[in-house]
Structures are given as structure tokens and as C-alpha cells.
Design a protein around this ligand. Structure first.
Ligand code: SF4
Ligand code: SF4
Length: 203
């Protein structure tokens, strides 16, 4: 039989006379410690539905489904799978789409569906070929942030092409015109059929 070491005995005696480190939650309210990473809270106004957070979420708690018929992207966030790592907040392209709360920690439920949240974002679909380009909010965000630079790069097109899994060797060398002649609308080139798509701001 192994006897406890002197150091362990000392710790045991000290702990008898010191207050508990743990809280008595749920019998008493719990106060999270500084920089606590709690429930991710989405700000729909600042979320553009770009999919970045889904791509970096380690347990795949965030998933996206595009409904072509309805023209919407459905974002599903399952906090039953969330490990509160903060990657979604860290990589959010707008920097404000999702923030981990430092207060919301009580997420225990009997039904798993109660910790699943949904968002819907309008999709931008090419009128010529029917390819899903991205969400309207995402494109408008890039347009506002980068102006014509967002669409003048063949690299951007190639990234989209890759995402749409086009045939290898498809020609992407196209002339892209400045779309800022009118402030309420602009043209992009569909990464699938390479024809112009007019995008209008919603007022
Ligand atoms: S905190 Fe981590 S696990 Fe939770 S939704 Fe964000 S990226 Fe996924
Ligand atoms: S990365 Fe940010 S903007 Fe993009 S879908 Fe996630 S929360 Fe929304």
C-alpha cells in the first residue's frame, strides 16, 4: 500500500480550511472568470454567410446548406458540438459576425435541438447558368470593403472556380470592367459561365 506523501497531506489539511474553488451552481449563480469563452453569439446584421467559420470549426458544429429553389443559404450552428475554441470569432471575415460570450455558460438541455440555431441568407445565383456564386450579403460586403479590386483579380475568380469544382483548364482569362460607375449596382463575372451578372444593392 502506498502512503500519501507529506506534501499531499499538507494540501489536504489546507483545503479543509480554505473556501472551495468551485461554485455551487446551479444553487448559486456562477460568475465566469476573466476572458471566459462561453456560447458563440451571432450578430446576424454583421454576418454575411461567407462559410469561413464553418471551414475553421474543428468539430464541424457549423454547417451550411444551399437551397437553390428557395435561393437561400441555411447556416446551422449546433452548440451541442461546440468546444468553445473561439476559431469562428477569430476568423470571421467581418470581425463582428460571431462573438463568444463571456457570460453565457449555462447551455445544458434535455433535447439537443434546443441548442441548435439557424440563419438564412439570400443566395446570389447566376441568371445565365444557375451557378451559386455566394450570398448577396457576402458579395456586397466585399464590394464595400474592396471596391473594384474585389472583382478585378483572376485569383479571386480561380478561388471561386475551385469552390464550384469547374472542369480543369476552363478559361478564366476575362476582361473585368470597373463596376463602380453606379453606386447602387455593379457587375461581376460569374465564375461558372464567365458571363456578367448585375448585382443591385437592396435599399
Ligand atoms: S467556438 Fe469553436 S467549436 Fe464552437 S462554433 Fe466556434 S469554431 Fe466551432
Ligand atoms: S465567418 Fe463571420 S460573416 Fe462569415 S458566416 Fe461566419 S459569422 Fe458569418
Amino acid at each position: 500500500m502506498k502512503y500519501p506523501k507529506l506534501r499531499e497531506l499538507k494540501e489536504a489539511v489546507i483545503s479543509l480550511f480554505t473556501p472551495a474553488y468551485t461554485s455551487k451552481f446551479p444553487f448559486e449563480p456562477h460568475v465566469p472568470f476573466e476572458k471566459f469563452r462561453g456560447k458563440p453569439v451571432v450578430d446576424d446584421k454583421n454576418c454575411v454567410g461567407c462559410e469561413t467559420c464553418a471551414n475553421v470549426c474543428p468539430p464541424n458544429a457549423i454547417t451550411f446548406t444551399d437551397n437553390r429553389e428557395k435561393g437561400v443559404r441555411i447556416i446551422r450552428r449546433d452548440y451541442g458540438k461546440c468546444i468553445f475554441c473561439g476559431q469562428c470569432q477569430e476568423h470571421c471575415i467581418t470581425g463582428k459576425g460571431v462573438t463568444l460570450s463571456d457570460k453565457i455558460y449555462d447551455m445544458a438541455v434535455f433535447e439537443r435541438d434546443k441548442v441548435v440555431e439557424f440563419q438564412e441568407k439570400e443566395l446570389l445565383i447566376c441568371k445565365n447558368c444557375g451557378a451559386i456564386i455566394t450570398t448577396r450579403d457576402h458579395l456586397l460586403y466585399m464590394h464595400k470593403k474592396l471596391g473594384p479590386k474585389a472583382f478585378a483579380s483572376i485569383l479571386n475568380l480561380n478561388v471561386l472556380n475551385q469552390k464550384l469544382r469547374l472542369e480543369e483548364g476552363q478559361d478564366t482569362s476575362v476582361d473585368i470592367k470597373d463596376g463602380l460607375k453606379r453606386k447602387d449596382m455593379f457587375n461581376i463575372i460569374c465564375p461558372n459561365c464567365l458571363r456578367q451578372v448585375l448585382v443591385k444593392y437592396l435599399h
